[in-house]
Each structure stands twice: as structure tokens, then as C-alpha cells.
Design a protein around this ligand. Structure first.
Ligand SMILES: NC(=O)c1ccc[n+]([C@@H]2O[C@H](COP(=O)([O-])OP(=O)(O)OC[C@H]3O[C@@H](n4cnc5c(N)ncnc54)[C@H](OP(=O)(O)O)[C@@H]3O)[C@@H](O)[C@H]2O)c1
Length: 247
């Protein structure tokens, strides 16, 4: 993996990046930081024709995807994506556990599913050990069943009728979960952008065109934002970058 734009990483341009260098390249300097990681086809598609991002991502994307998880305190995902992609409770990739520990991060990587309806996605159902959290609202029809399913401590009530993402981020902060990674989907990323709650977008651009059918990577709520390129990495024609939201 070649470093095309080093940004503030302190690494030399065109360096070959191993996992340790990727940890350095993607590190967050701030105490509280929210970033999103998405993969897109060259023509802006969020999925392949099968409706899953797994059909457009590739080996290069997978490497950075795992590094971003390993650098995070918590992963926040829309319930639609948890259902579409079948997310189980997460664990850090074995090859990155030592780097994660050296960075002072705990072994556990909780996953938060965001759902206005309060529906626990089937793949998280019954997980009561704190690796699966649900963010929902006080009026959600699924609130009480979700508490029974995941345990009350693992259900975060973040608003009355709609999940307020700032309330969610404060609830995570109260648990010491300050480096937040959201992996979408487009609906949730649109809400994060609309709420002004995103610091950084990480995008993987795969050299592939999918046509007009698949959704774009930012959903209907997404508000325009200007970004500054911080870092750019390339492997086999796939580009992976960090863009900071301009304040
Ligand atoms: N290209 C990529 O990197 C990428 C990443 C992720 C997903 N995807 C793809 O995107 C598709 C899913 O898209 P999507 O837009 O439906 O995903 P999504 O945002 O994950 O899911 C939408 C659902 O999540 C909940 N939700 C989202 N935003 C919310 C908010 N602000 N407040 C409360 N609940 C919220 C709602 O769940 P309830 O209905 O339960 O209330 C909503 O119906 C899948 O095909 C997936 O494969 C692509």
C-alpha cells in the first residue's frame, strides 16, 4: 500500500505502509472524534447490484476497514445496514490486537445499532455482554422488548421521537467511548452530516462503475459539507483517503 499524500502523519510520501504505519497514518489526535468509513464505486454507488457493499469492496479496502475499527472505541451503524450486511457483535482482527493494545485501547469493540423503531437486528439478538448496544428513542415501539433482549444497560435512549445523534455521542462519551467510527449506511451518514456531528470522512474509491441502480453513499438527509484532504493511500488502483470536515 503506497502513501500518496502523507498529511500530518509524519510518514514519507510514497512509503510502503504496513499495519503499524497504517495505524500511524489513520490515528486521531483529538480527544473526541467521529469519523465515517464508506466504500464507493467510482460512479458513487454504495453497493453492487446485489444491494450489499461487500460486492464492491476489495482486499485493499478490507485492510483499511479493519485498521479503522482497531483504532476506534466504538462502531455505530444504522439498523438497516446491520440487517442488510448481517453484522454480528464485533471483534478486532487478530492481526491488529497487539497494535490496538499498544495504542492503549481496550480489547472489546462495542457495536451500536441505531434504530428509531427500536428493533434489535436478528444478528445482535441475545447478546447481553455489552458488545451490542441499541440506540433508540423513548417512544420506540421496540424499546421494552429491546431492553429484555440486550439488557437495559445496553439500550441507550437518545431522544423522544427520533434518535438525537448528539445525545448518543454524549452517552458514548459518558462510557469513555470517544473515538467513534460509523460505517453507515447512507441513511445514518446523512443524519450525522445533517447534525454537524461528523469530523472526518474516510472513503475507499474502488475502480469500478456500478450504474444508476445502487444508492449513493450519503442518504436523503445529508447536507452539503466542504472537506479538506488529509491523507491518500493507494493499492492496486484503489484509493483510500481521509477527508476532514471543514469547520
Ligand atoms: N458503501 C458503504 O460503505 C456502505 C456502508 C453501509 C451500508 N451500505 C449499504 O447501504 C444499504 C443500507 O442503507 P440504509 O440507508 O438503509 O442504511 P442505514 O442508515 O444503515 O439504515 C437505515 C435504518 O437505520 C436506522 N437509522 C438510520 N439513521 C437513523 C437515525 N438518524 N436515527 C434513527 N435511526 C436511524 C433506521 O432503522 P429503523 O427502521 O429500525 O428505525 C433506518 O430505517 C445496504 O445496502 C448496505 O449494504 C453501504
Amino acid at each position: 500500500m503506497r502513501l500518496l499524500v502523507p498529511g500530518r502523519s509524519g510518514l514519507p510520501a510514497l512509503a510502503d505502509l504496513d499495519d503499524a504505519a497504517l495505524f500511524r497514518a489513520y490515528a486521531c489526535a483529538e480527544e473526541r472524534w467521529v469519523r465515517s468509513n464508506m466504500v464507493t464505486s467510482l460512479d458513487g454507488g454504495a453497493t453492487g447490484p446485489d444491494g450489499r457493499s461487500g460486492s464492491i469492496n476489495n482486499d485493499a479496502d478490507h485492510v483499511v476497514f479493519e485498521v479503522l475499527r482497531a483504532l476506534s472505541h466504538v462502531v455505530v451503524v444504522g439498523a438497516g445496514t446491520v440487517r442488510a450486511e448481517g453484522y454480528p457483535p464485533l471483534s478486532v482482527d487478530d492481526s491488529l490486537v497487539a497494535l490496538r493494545r499498544a495504542a492503549g485501547l481496550p480489547d472489546v469493540l462495542p457495536l451500536v445499532a441505531v434504530s428509531n423503531r427500536g428493533t434489535v437486528p436478528p444478528t445482535l439478538s441475545g447478546c447481553r455482554d455489552g458488545r451490542a448496544l441499541l440506540a433508540t428513542t423513548a417512544s420506540a415501539p421496540g424499546l421494552e422488548p429491546a431492553r429484555d433482549d440486550l439488557g437495559a444497560a445496553n439500550v441507550l435512549v437518545c431522544g423522544d421521537d427520533e434518535v438525537d445523534l448528539h445525545v448518543l455521542l454524549d452517552a458514548l462519551h459518558a462510557r469513555g467511548l470517544d473515538h467513534v467510527l460509523t460505517e453507515g449506511g447512507p441513511g445514518l451518514l446523512g443524519s450525522f452530516l445533517a447534525a454537524g456531528a461528523i469530523d472526518e470522512l474516510c472513503y475507499t474509491v474502488v475502480p469500478r462503475v456500478v450504474g444508476a441502480g445502487p444508492p449513493r453513499t450519503v442518504g436523503a438527509d445529508g447536507t452539503p459539507a466542504d472537506l479538506d484532504l488529509e491523507l491518500l493511500v493507494e493499492q492496486d488502483g484503489t484509493l483510500m483517503g481521509r477527508w476532514f470536515v471543514r469547520r
